[in-house]
Design a protein around this ligand. Structure first.
Ligand code: B12
Ligand code: SF4
Length: 483
């Protein structure tokens, strides 16, 4: 039997062609769950397009985030029109299963360590069900090594692992809780096994490990154990952390000793009212400076996520962000427009307030406005977003940060981070094929609560089938709860 797994991708900006940087783990992990008699191919649309007419497979599994969902449905419809069975799953399908179902032969809601192999077995036996959902919160011991060999070689950084899943916090804009509500950790020795199994390509690709975790240090006792075990590997690594970890200097030092060279922290806002409003209670603006210093002191670069368009933002407060970022010494800032993803508390609140726009999921990518801002017009928010974008990624500001970095974090971490930052800048922001988008916000129709449910964009309760039984060969051991 031939299976094709497609990881969809849509450009965020007009002119984007491909994205060579980082793949998600989703497709190669699903491939690892397949029994060995199945011939598996993986296509990441970040790298190569799918030609529906020439797909040679008995069954196709497609994964997608929200902004690529309409494209996923189009692919699925065309493949099904050719008589090919299509399975859909992943974050968007889990958020809006009833929207996805008409486009699929079967869907999986949530994680799929058990349900994906079950779907394949049912397909082979000719008894595929419509909806699969495995029990939430299954322990993560015994997961297979992802099929790293199926990553396209064009990806610059593909030395990717996941040690934990989920996050104990509950920010109102985050979709994680919709996939699985439980924070869980993997046995450290299995994480080490995956790091050693991944090829990574070039010298730097092999050296730099990316942890695709949402909050690697959420369970600090676990993080300590993992970092100690990583020291002998002599790797460099990056991951996401919540900023509260900065208070734990010993843990940061241990992270650095195990090779941590960059930490992505969701700083989100410089307004305490904004942080409170989105439930980001572990962020304290007055502690940001100390937090950045703590990371730097350990030799770890700070990559910070900033969101604009929150309800306590106005055009002036957004204008002040680049100076605040520069003043703190943040090494790599990322700015995103607030995006109300379906099924999040933020989305539900905005739907009740009648502020959501009926503008299609394509624009739910962090780079487009999809709702009525509270204290400014959409046009003002859009220009404030682009001004921040330019301020962060202009050549002078990039060079200033790159030149300052060795003073903050030492020459090795600075060289690594500068290399990647400069590449990001050149590929993404200085690319002549990459014009700034010119969409205007004025003509986008709005989604009012009265027609929102009818449009299928507000999730309604879907009857969930009873949990399926464990797949042979996968026996989940007892749960290990975080501290
Ligand atoms: C790594 C990552 C990135 C990387 C690489 C992304 C890439 N190349 O696509 C970077 C940093 C570049 C990135 C960027 C962004 N990301 Co991101 N990212 C992630 C992260 C942390 C891990 C993804 C991953 O590999 N997961 C591991 C795999 C194994 O998990 P999984 O995909 O959920 O798959 C499991 C199940 O869902 C299921 N499954 C999945 N697909 C399918 C398909 C079938 C058929 C079946 C049966 C089952 C199934 O089986 C798997 C095993 O259980 C996730 C959060 C997360 N924990 O998943 C966010 C996440 C996917 N990102 C998110 C967002 C919003 C973004 C950005 C828009 C951020 C921003 N505002 O700038 C950009 C957009 C990028 C883009 N592609 O255009 C959101 C998506 C929300 C949404 N509804 O769309 C997530 C969920 C984070 C969050 N907290 O909400 N991201
Ligand atoms: S801290 Fe990050 S990963 Fe955790 S809930 Fe908030 S946004 Fe999501």
């Amino acid at each position: 039997m031939k299976l094709l797994i497609i990881c969809t991708w849509r450009p965020r900006y007009a002119g984007d062609k491909r994205d060579w940087q980082f793949p998600p783990l989703s497709a190669v992990f699903l491939a690892a769950l397949c029994p060995s008699h199945i011939q598996v191919e993986v296509i990441h649309e970040q790298i190569r397009a799918v030609d529906v007419d020439t797909v040679d497979a008995d069954i196709v599994a497609i994964t997608s985030i929200t902004s690529a969902a309409p494209h996923m449905y189009e692919l699925a419809d065309r493949l099904r029109a050719r008589g090919i069975t299509v399975l859909l799953g992943g974050v968007h399908v889990s958020l809006l299963p009833e929207e996805a179902l008409p486009h699929a032969d079967a869907i999986a809601i949530g994680e799929a360590e058990l349900s994906f192999p079950q779907m394949l077995r049912d397909f082979e036996k000719g008894r595929l069900q419509r909806v699969y959902r495995q029990p939430d919160g299954l322990p993560l011991a015994g997961l297979p090594v992802p099929r790293y060999d199926l990553f396209e070689k064009e990806f610059s950084f593909r030395h990717i692992v996941q040690a934990t899943r989920g996050c104990p916090f509950r920010c109102s804009f985050c979709t994680l809780k919709a996939i699985d509500k439980h924070f869980r950790v993997r046995p450290p020795e299995e994480v080490i096994r995956d790091i050693q199994a991944s090829d990574g390509g070039s010298w730097l690709g092999k050296k730099l490990v990316l942890f695709w975790d949402d909050n690697l240090t959420a369970d600090r006792r676990y993080a300590r154990e993992l970092f100690r075990k990583m020291i002998p590997l002599r790797k460099w690594w990056w991951s996401q952390f919540s900023i509260d970890v900065a208070a734990d200097r010993d843990l940061l030092d241990l992270a650095a000793k195990s090779g941590c060279k960059g930490a992505f922290v969701g700083m989100e806002s410089f307004s305490a009212s904004n942080l409170l409003a989105v439930g980001k209670r572990h962020n304290h603006v007055e502690q940001y400076r100390a937090a950045v210093r703590a990371f730097h002191h350990a030799g770890i670069a700070v990559h910070a996520g900033i969101i604009v368009g929150l309800d306590h933002d106005d055009a002036k407060s957004i204008q002040d962000i680049p100076a605040a970022v520069a003043d703190l010494g943040i090494d790599l800032p990322f700015v995103n427009l607030l995006t109300p993803f379906p099924a999040t508390p933020l989305y539900q609140d905005m739907a009740k307030e009648g502020r959501l726009w009926d503008c299609g999921w394509e624009l739910h990518d962090g780079a487009h406005i999809t709702f009525d801002p509270l204290h400014m017009s959409a046009e003002e928010l859009e220009s404030a977003y682009w001004a921040t974008h330019h301020a962060f990624y202009s050549v002078p500001s990039t060079l200033r940060r790159v030149l300052r970095m060795p003073l903050h974090i030492g020459p090795t971490a600075a060289a690594l981070n500068s290399y990647v930052i400069l590449r990001l800048m050149v590929e993404n922001f200085l690319n002549p094929d990459h014009p700034w988008p010119e969409e205007t916000v004025a003509n986008t129709p709005k989604l009012h609560p009265a027609n929102a449910a009818a449009s299928g964009k507000i999730p309604v309760a879907l009857p969930v089938p009873s949990p399926i039984h464990a797949a042979p060969g996968y026996a989940p051991p007892a749960r290990t709860d975080p501290r």
